[in-house]
Design a protein. Structure first.
Length: 179
């Protein structure tokens, strides 16, 4: 990311789940449609909670839709009203997120990895794609992270945003404020 001024304007961080929060692999573990396992990185979760505690509005726009995803997203700082699961048309939901939070699209960073994310990657203030995103998503993004989806890409991008705004600092004696 070369344009630090874009990062300085960010007030909200929105991300996809499969391929961003998780590495994109989905493991069926039972007969039900909710009997799926997704693997996430604890460092990504720390960064999302840290951003939420520092005043960033956190959101999720994903095609995935399970109780486990709902629970995990709320645990890492996404409020129920900013959690959009089972989504197919992401751009209209992104605009709804901006409207309900009083944000201009330029004030939102978005993390996406695949074709359904491209419109939002182009519309937002700063689009991030993981290193292993599809080519079209990487081309649409403002920044391609060094880390892969589910392997630290959220942490990397959030850290860039918080550092650009002078907010990547912690009092280790007060970690109970983050978790």
């Amino acid at each position: 990311m070369q344009d630090k001024t874009r990062l300085e304007k960010i007030k909200a961080i929105v991300f996809d789940i499969d391929g961003v929060l998780s590495d994109g692999r989905i493991i069926p573990v039972g007969p039900g449609e909710n009997d799926l396992v997704r693997i996430v990185d604890a460092k990504d979760a720390f960064a999302t909670r840290a951003a939420a505690t520092k005043g960033f509005v956190m959101g999720v726009i994903s095609g995935g839709n399970t109780e486990a995803l709902d629970s995990r997203c709320r645990h890492i700082g996404v409020s129920r009203e900013n959690l959009f699961l089972g989504v197919r048309g992401k751009l209209s939901v992104f605009r709804k997120f901006c409207e309900q939070n009083g944000l201009d699209e330029s004030e939102v960073a978005y993390f996406g990895d695949d074709i359904p994310d491209i419109q939002v990657l182009k519309a937002c203030g700063c689009g991030f794609a993981p290193a292993d995103a599809v080519e079209e998503a990487r081309q649409a993004a403002d920044c391609v992270t060094v880390h892969k989806g589910g392997r630290g890409c959220l942490r990397e991008g959030i850290e860039m945003i918080l550092k650009a705004q002078g907010k990547w600092h912690f009092d280790e004696d007060k970690f109970d404020q983050i978790y």
